[in-house]
Design a protein around this ligand. Structure first.
Ligand code: PHE
Length: 338
């Protein structure tokens, strides 16, 4: 019996199959009911108990071996077929992935950042969930002062809120760095305002900060003027109006001149011809001191503007909410811009 098993094993071992038919031959010869392996099991039944004990396990091994070999032969043939299959035409054009478009806010934000980067500003980022110190107190908003109402705040806990402006990032930069500081802080900000065509509960700002020895209001004006020329065009006229912010003194707002010739410009400027685009001012001495900067040695300016407002003006978007709907029909209009 042992010899018979050895013989079958040898035949299995040396069996080669290159085609499906040959694999099938293997199956018919060894694995079917009347095949060589099963015949051995028939023989096995006739053995004595003692002999059975000896032959049992090697016979089982043989059966497993035959099955394993069949599997391998099969896989080998299938793999070969795939290799030689015709049909991979490398000259065919690839499948086309539909092209997306940049969001108009991203386009405008990028353009704004690039202008300030060319002037030597770096970019600073900070958390959207902010504590009272960075969003208010360090910026010279006294506790219970009505100035805090200028920015309706979403509170998370008593002293923790969603940031209402990215000035909070500038506090962090001042706390952590020695002047000279020249940085812009782009990012999303949140205000608890009624949602309408003109205002949303969140929007994006770019705020700038420049601190060094001898920085003056003239530097502020020149920096913003250069920005306006590069962003809106060489001939754009600007004007500064006095304003109030707790963290700057003196403070101003800057307008650009659109005129009232078109109906759209008349509407946007409420008939004045001037469109307000940003707030700015000289950093208040209290703010510098709060952030550990020697106000006798250093001075600086800050400014802040809304990305949505400028985007709406640039592309004639009439309702701020369309910027957040993610309606593809709206967004696809900006496909060719970048
Ligand atoms: N932080 C102000 C705002 O959110 C904008 C601003 C920044 C004004 C810097 C002056 C100076 O409205």
């Amino acid at each position: 019996m042992k010899q018979q098993i050895e013989n079958v094993k040898k035949s299995i071992l040396s069996f080669e199959a290159k085609t499906e038919k040959e694999v099938e031959d293997f199956r018919l010869r060894f694995l079917v009911k009347k095949g060589e392996v099963n015949s051995l099991f028939e023989e096995f039944k006739k053995l004595t108990k003692e002999e059975k004990r000896k032959a049992g396990s090697i016979l089982n091994d043989l059966k497993n071996y035959a099955n394993q070999k069949f599997k391998e032969l099969n896989e080998g043939v299938v793999a070969k077929e795939e290799e030689t299959k015709e049909g991979t035409d490398f000259s065919l054009p690839g499948s086309i992935v539909p092209q997306g478009s940049k969001h108009p806010l991203s386009i405008v934000q990028k353009k704004m950042i690039e202008i300030f980067e060319r002037m030597g500003f770096n970019i600073s980022l900070g958390p959207e969930v902010e504590d009272d110190w960075h969003n208010f107190s360090a910026l010279n908003f006294p506790k219970n002062h009505p100035a805090r109402d200028m920015q309706d705040t979403f509170f998370i806990e008593k002293e923790i809120s969603l940031r209402t402006h990215t000035s909070s990032v500038q506090v962090r930069v001042m706390e952590e760095n020695e002047p000279p500081i020249r940085t812009i802080s782009p990012g999303r900000v949140y205000r608890n305002e009624a949602i309408s065509a003109r205002s949303n509960s969140f929007f994006h700002q770019i705020e700038g900060l420049y601190i060094d020895e001898g920085v003056s209001f003239a530097d502020l004006k020149q920096t913003l003027f250069l920005f306006v020329q590069q962003f809106f065009g060489e001939k754009t006229e600007v004007r500064f109006r006095p304003s109030y912010f707790p963290f700057t003194e003196p403070s101003a707002e800057m307008d650009i001149f659109l005129g009232t010739e078109t109906e759209e410009d008349y509407r946007l400027t409420k008939g004045t011809g001037w469109l307000e685009i940003l707030g700015c001012g000289m950093v208040d001495v209290n703010v510098l001191e709060n952030c550990g900067i020697d106000s006798k040695k250093y001075s600086g300016f800050a400014f802040g503007m809304g990305v949505e407002r400028i985007t709406m003006f640039q592309y004639g978007v009439k309702d701020i909410r369309t910027l957040f709907d993610n309606d593809k029909r709206f967004l696809e209009q900006f496909k060719l811009l970048n």
